[in-house]
Design a protein around this ligand. Sequence first.
Ligand code: 13P
Ligand code: SF4
Length: 332
Amino acid sequence: MNTTIETDLEAKGFIDIPVDPTLDLVDEIKRLKKEKNAVILAHYYQESEIQDIADYIGDSLGLSQQAAKTDADVIVFAGVHFMAETAKILSPSKKVLLPDLKAGCSLSDSCPPHLFAKFKEKYPDHLVITYVNCTAELKALSDIVCTSSNAVQIVESLPLDQKIIFGPDRNLGAYVQKKTGRDLVLWNGACMVHEIFSQERIEQLRLEYPEAKFIAHPECEDHILAQADYIGSTSGMLKYTIENEANSFIVATESGILHQMQKSSPTKTFIPAPPNNLCACNDCPHMKLNTLEKLYNCLLFEQPEINLPADIIQRAQKPIERMLDISAKLGL
Ligand code: 13P
Ligand code: SF4
């Protein structure tokens, strides 16, 4: 590599390097993947073209399970920062790449580890369950990690008299409280995408489409969940739309999932739940930072790479593995 390119790459953080427009990016990505024994793991919230080239598409639980068992040398995580960190924690000897390092998460940001550590001190006899949407540092402060697919079952797996702190998502926490009847101490965090839905506009839409089922992710607020015919993780929602006989669905989560819903049920209609602003997309600005061009550059330059201090990896591994063990026992 010549010095000009190297300097340019450093300045641009390897991601915004202009890509030759004559390249067939899909072919190039497939070629690089083979050459480097890499695997592409993509979350359902990624752009459709990224989902279409991924080796595995899934929700946070499925992606963690794949990251733990892959025999690839390189994991390209088409998702957000905390997801790539989780992959690194589970497979520390592998090279883990994230197409855009700036792909963060508002929910993760709503729980700074130094403040959570002080919060935790107030409840010394409590066990800490953290939703996977948080930093590696926060996971290192936890006893068990969970995802939206298994949060209820993880809480239910603990003795009834076990006191629990749940963070960082107050909405998922409130939902788990309701489902389990357990009293959880909640951290007051939330996701910007799932707190944007308008109850009034959803009600109007349901009048327009009386046959449509309304499905929602548990990161949504309680008054939105109260109207839902089905509540579940992204993979749960997808499964519901495949198995349910209804022909139309109003979907309250990030818009990327609609791609797989439409692909799996081409004759059904999927309507994004309307937000309480004029935007009609429900896009996560972090998830949507990844593009096919950045994915290509990321494989080509093997940058940006996720690296974590060894002690954080060691401390965060235990609560994630505890989650994976409980999930495996329950067949999740
Ligand atoms: P799941 O992948 O568990 O459905 O959660 C969605 C999410 O918010 C990921 O950022
Ligand atoms: Fe974070 Fe919400 Fe985006 Fe998921 S959808 S990555 S929880 S900001």
